[in-house]
Write a protein that binds this ligand. Structure first.
Ligand code: IPM
Ligand code: MG
Length: 357
């Protein structure tokens, strides 16, 4: 197949991990006889420096013309003043809003070979396999907000419509159907009106998915259960900010933030794919960033925007295989063991890919 992918390297380690993911996609194309065309556009702090805007019009136009967007990371100490009028992360929020990317998929990858790096005991971790579906264009991050008076008061609003909850709910139910048939909907319905609407709507949707077992859980107790009984979850669907927080928390189960991928999807096929980690300015430019979060994001791109399921699975198996063979980046270092650079880790995955059928 032919596909056009726009690469948005961004800041810090973003360019390094995006290049790694792109080499894996190139290898996938070569093996499968596909033609993937990549073009690069600027975003985040790099774009602010070049144009004054975190998401320049030319970048948005390039995204509109592409089948999928592969992003590295945005942000860094140079642009970190939270009260500055333009900030790198505005580009992310603008892209999510512009393309109505309302469903954010965040799988928590657990590789048996890396179990020792998890802060959670192996016996609790055994069998865990969680997929977060975070609502991404509504809720607290997109509600009305205002700073009032001389800055002595401020408010944010958590609001949802039934339609907004339904569309993300359907993504989550469908994902549960394709997995182990279990859905945990996380809310705060004991306090918040918007979350009572959330719970009512998800409950009503369940009638359309009789093969999915639905449970509701309050966000505070869910935060505990993720650490005490991680294997008791399959798919978790939740509000924008709750999903932001809980998916970072669950990410520690995997052993390194550098491993986590994400996909942001809307009604159309075009999605935005990015590792969950940030720009990591402390290690930027050293060639030691873990490329796996970006590589697994590329696998999600193959699956969700290009419909190449077999290729996506091959990339995921290649990553697992490389870890099983002992490949380790600096974030997964054991004293005395040699660690791989970003490029070496990428090469290890590509070498494994050759052995996947
Ligand atoms: C994320 C990030 C963003 C979010 C920030 C950078 C706006 O934390 O993608 O999880 O909160 O959505
Ligand atoms: Mg976050």
């Amino acid at each position: 197949m032919k596909a056009h992918i726009v690469l948005l390297p961004g800041d810090g380690v973003g360019p390094e991990v995006t290049a790694a993911a792109w080499s894996v996609l190139t290898a996938v194309a070569r093996r499968g006889g596909h033609r993937f065309e990549g073009s690069e556009a600027s975003i985040g702090g790099a774009a602010i420096d070049a144009t004054g805007q975190p998401l320049p019009a030319a970048t948005l136009a390039a995204c509109e013309a592409a089948d999928a967007m592969l992003l590295g990371a945005v942000g860094g100490p140079r642009w970190s003043d939270p009260s500055a009028p333009v900030r790198p992360e505005q580009a992310l929020l603008a892209l999510r809003r512009h393309f109505e990317l309302f469903a954010n998929l965040r799988p928590v990858p657990l590789f048996p070979a890396l179990a020792a790096f998890s802060p959670v005991k192996p016996e609790r971790l055994a069998g865990a396999d969680i997929l977060f579906v975070r609502e991404l264009t509504g809720g607290l991050y997109f509600g009305e907000r205002r700073e009032q008076g001389e800055g002595d008061a401020a408010f944010d609003t958590m609001s949802y419509t039934v339609a907004e909850v339904e569309r993300v709910g359907r993504v989550a139910f469908a994902a549960a159907q394709a997995r182990r048939g279990k859905l945990t909907s996380v809310d705060k319905a004991n306090v918040l009106a918007s979350m009572r609407l959330w719970r009512r709507t998800i409950t009503r949707l369940a009638a359309d998915y009789p093969d999915v077992e639905l449970e509701h859980q309050l966000v505070d107790s869910c935060a505990m259960r993720l650490m005490t009984h991680p294997a008791s979850f399959d798919v978790v669907v939740t509000e924008n900010m709750f999903g932001d927080i809980l998916s970072d928390e669950a990410g520690v189960l995997s052993g390194s933030l550098g491993l986590l991928p994400s996909a942001s999807l809307g009604a159309a096929r075009r999605g935005l794919y990015e590792p969950v980690h940030g720009s990591a300015p402390d290690i930027a430019g050293q060639g030691i960033a873990n490329p796996v979060g970006a590589i697994l994001s590329a696998a999600l791109l193959l699956r969700h925007s290009l419909g190449l399921e077999a290729e996506a699975v091959a990339v995921e198996h290649a990553v697992a295989g490389a870890f099983a063979d002992g490949a380790r980046t600096a974030d997964l270092a054991t004293p005395g063991e040699r660690t791989l650079s970003t490029e070496e880790m990428t090469a290890a995955v590509i070498a494994r890919l050759a052995g996947e059928t």
